[in-house]
Write a protein that binds this ligand. Sequence first.
Ligand SMILES: NC(=O)c1ccc[n+]([C@@H]2O[C@H](COP(=O)([O-])OP(=O)(O)OC[C@H]3O[C@@H](n4cnc5c(N)ncnc54)[C@H](O)[C@@H]3O)[C@@H](O)[C@H]2O)c1
Length: 247
Amino acid sequence: MKLDNKVAVVTGAASGLGLATCKALAAAGAKVVGFDLDQQRLDAALDGMVGIAVDVSDEASVKAAIDAVVQRFGAVHVAVNCAGILGPCKTLSKGQLFPTELWNRVLGVNLTGTFNMIRHAALAMSTNTPNDSGERGVIINTASGAAREGQMGQAAYSASKAGVIGMTLPIARDLAEHGIRVVSLAPGLFESGMSAGMPAKVSETIVNGLLFPRRMGLPEEFAALVRHVVENAYLNALTLDIQCGTR
Ligand SMILES: NC(=O)c1ccc[n+]([C@@H]2O[C@H](COP(=O)([O-])OP(=O)(O)OC[C@H]3O[C@@H](n4cnc5c(N)ncnc54)[C@H](O)[C@@H]3O)[C@@H](O)[C@H]2O)c1
């Protein structure tokens, strides 16, 4: 799908991979609307692009935001799910269990939040006039290398990201008849607000284990892949690693 004049919504837009994605899609000619929790952070980050305060874990909030985008811009063609939280905690530590509330919060944002966006974006996309190749929309989710090879303390995070990978194929099957593609991306370690909050020892260990180039990924490198997935109509129903040999 060509991005020129298409409407793209991006979650997690105030920071890191989501913010870089907003910039890359706007540079390719799309009308971009960024979703994130806090309106002030969005306005400061998005530099003139439109931002809407949304909690992706709250279905009503997602529905209201997608409705507002359709009302203002007439359609949704591209939806990119970048909102996510880490919620690190050991399963059992010094007699304390991983709190149920934290487990539910991580799953609620990373997995249910992604599904909330997918469902409401797909509903809006299903009313688009298809382009010459029959496409009505493209949905891109952010999984993680942690889905398969999580670190200590990442039980909930890894489970949520494995869920994103697991639902990619069935959702792509469900939405194929509407001309909507669904692709997930699984990054290794990237420079962002999230990785900045990790203990330096953890990120150094991961970077030291990389092949080449031996550095964290740049948000722009992730965003370039998002753009490619949107533009390449033959990518569907899969998860692409962008991780430089991370273990
Ligand atoms: N940075 C990495 O190394 C890395 C690696 C693998 C996967 N990821 C994934 O990439 C995605 C982007 O993360 P990032 O690295 O840019 O982190 P980040 O912390 O810089 O950005 C995440 C953004 O999501 C927003 N967010 C959190 N909860 C939300 C909610 N309920 N509703 C709406 N927005 C919410 C945050 O406010 C933040 O702006 C996440 O899904 C993350 O799990 C990141």
